[in-house]
Design a protein around this ligand. Structure first.
Ligand SMILES: [Zn+2]
Length: 581
């Protein structure tokens, strides 16, 4: 239950990658960069979209798509039509940038050291005690920390990215690469999405998995509440091959969501074998993060073992009261699997609350079963910790908890919870689109620390550019400020490693996540004494403080608390092990 899943989108709407997610293809997603107001026009008897409004922080920080990028687009068009060389004066562009006077955290976890870094074009060319040369543009790092740009291995920040390519949520916390296509939901076909993003780049780099739920939806259509036939599995394999050829990192699943929840393990295994054959990986929002956690963990281990590919557990958590305190047991099981030769890893975000749908807490899909509803509120998410993030039948409930709404309705929380689901489903029935989302508190803070500290866990956000959950703006700076500086649960070097080189290893991205000659110049300069997240569930879009400068492919994208407007992000496609650039 990490996120409102993309597969719930593909469940209802044929995804059009060229429309991007935010606008017309998915106007119901309130947490996108645009908050879109919908109302019913009685005469027409159908919904239409009015008055898109940017949320305040995004509006303040966004730059028009048509200012700087358009200039470049026009230049490109001119170039293409006239085939004239563009004269670039050598004096205009310094050949190299020297970032001096920094505490270097190279991403590998080795102790930080004073150093300087020289960048030429999009690459790091030298690291060490370097003296300025004539062709250097010198940046004084002021003694602050310089690390590889952070890699978010489980991100939904692609939602609205084409409209807000400056990606404030990401660059303000030092993230330079996002990995999307998570929880079983991906853009389809990826080749088309990648081409679009290359024509209209963002400030950050992007890589994607191919989603099982997206494939399953394409093959099974509405008739998905069953296991797939061998012919259907073959068809999914064929589609997956296409996505892998387009550069997908591997296969992602979201087995707690429709339509993947109805798949047999053998179906997932067959697709994972297809991913393995292409040198890809497996990443999974596992089948249960609460009452059936242990069988779900066995399933992901089995897929890693039998399909012989690296398997990563998405946003690993123990999301049930009676599981609290059992992080040690979970990690021991994963260590045992690793000792048996299975490459199993995880990513974790640093919050005790998740964001998903109200219905995700019902694996049997028995939303009218009072016992199941009571179990959900007792064990999975207490009513005072279950915050409505979106509720189309009555938007005045947004920001209130189920406990508060029960008081308003003068009834008990279980009755309220069941009624809210029924009301949302009535709207979903009418519109064919998700109508609700919730933030639920269901983790123990000590478990979260223990899971993050596991040597094979890296940091992720599971966030969005304009989501209701603060993780979209604060995950990485929260680790640096609260887990490293305040709690001292991790060393700074180890935390940075979990955001950079380890993250890159876990998703199969090479030559990033490390500061060394030859690597791509994705860099973040930050103040370890000051860095902290500020976003909260009440104000989820408050940018972090303490990140001073961010470079992507050698180009500065964030400075002085603002995106620079530069959009040097690249699409990162999976490469064969022996391929070099
Ligand atoms: Zn998830």
């Amino acid at each position: 239950m990490g996120v409102l899943s993309d597969e719930s989108l593909t469940h209802h709407v044929k995804y059009d990658p060229l429309a991007d997610t935010a606008r017309l293809a998915h106007p119901y997603r309130a947490s996108y960069a645009w908050v879109i107001t919908m109302f019913t026009t009685p005469r027409l008897g159908r919904r239409r979209i009015v008055a898109p409004q940017l949320s305040e922080s995004v509006r303040r920080h966004s730059r028009s798509r048509w200012s700087l990028p358009a200039g470049r687009t026009i230049a490109t068009v001119l170039l293409a039509t006239t085939a004239l060389p563009v004269p670039v004066s050598p004096q205009q562009q310094p050949k190299t940038t020297l970032i001096t006077n920094v505490r270097l955290l190279d991403g590998t976890g080795t102790p930080s050291r004073p150093a300087a870094v020289r960048v030429r074009g999009d690459r790091i060319v030298e690291v060490g005690q370097l003296e300025p040369q004539a062709e250097d543009a010198v940046v004084d790092g002021g003694g602050l920390a310089l690390a590889p740009g952070f890699i978010d291995t489980h991100s939904h920040h692609d939602r609205g990215l084409l409209q807000h390519p400056e990606a404030l949520a990401l660059v303000s916390q030092g993230v330079t690469t996002i990995v999307v296509g998570q929880d079983g939901g991906s853009r389809s076909p990826l080749a088309q999405y990648f081409a679009r993003l290359e024509a209209e780049p963002a400030a950050v780099n992007l890589a994607s998995y191919a989603g099982h739920n997206t494939l399953r939806r394409q093959v099974l259509g509405d008739d998905f509440r069953r296991t797939a036939t061998p012919a259907e599995i073959d068809e999914m394999r064929r589609l997956l091959r296409g996505e892998l050829a387009a550069g997908a990192l591997g296969l992602s699943t979201g087995l707690e969501y429709d339509p993947g929840i109805y798949s047999a393990t053998e179906e997932v295994l067959a697709l994972a074998q297809e991913a393995a054959a292409a040198g890809g990986r497996y990443v999974s929002h596992i089948r249960s993060e609460d009452r059936d956690l242990w069988p779900a963990v066995e399933e992901v281990i089995r897929i890693g073992r039998e399909a012989r590919l690296p398997a990563q557990i998405s946003h690993m958590k123990l999301a049930m009261r009676s599981l609290w305190g059992q992080a040690g047991r979970l990690l021991a099981r994963l260590e045992e699997a690793r000792a048996a030769g299975i490459d199993i890893t995880a990513d974790v975000y640093p919050y005790v609350y998740w964001q998903s749908t109200m219905t995700v807490l019902f694996p049997q899909r028995d939303f009218d079963n009072r016992e199941s509803a009571a179990f959900a509120l007792d064990e999975l998410a207490p009513p005072e910790g279950l915050l409505i993030a979106r509720f189309d039948p009555d938007s005045s409930y947004v920001g209130k908890t189920v406990a508060e709404i029960a008081q308003l309705r003068e009834t008990d929380p279980v009755t309220t919870y069941m009624a809210l689901i029924a009301e949302a489903q009535a709207v979903e029935q009418e519109t064919g689109r998700p109508a609700e989302s919730v933030i639920g508190t269901s983790m123990d803070p000590d478990d979260v620390v223990e899971l993050i500290a596991w040597p094979h866990s890296n940091v992720c956000s599971d966030g969005e550019l304009d989501g209701r959950h603060p993780r979209g703006f604060g995950s990485f700076t929260r680790i640096l400020g609260r887990y490293v500086r305040e709690r001292q649960a991790l060393t700074l070097e180890n935390a940075v490693r979990k955001m950079t080189s380890l993250a890159a290893d876990h998703v199969g991205i090479r030559d990033r996540g490390v500061i060394r000659p030859g690597a791509h110049a994705d860099l973040v300069l930050f103040d370890p004494d000051r860095v902290i997240d500020r976003a909260t569930p009440e104000e989820p879009r408050l940018p972090s403080t303490g990140v001073v400068g961010v470079w992507v492919n050698g180009v500065k994208v964030f400075a002085e608390g603002e995106p620079t407007g530069a959009l040097p992000g690249q699409v990162l496609r999976r490469r064969e092990p022996d391929e070099t650039e």
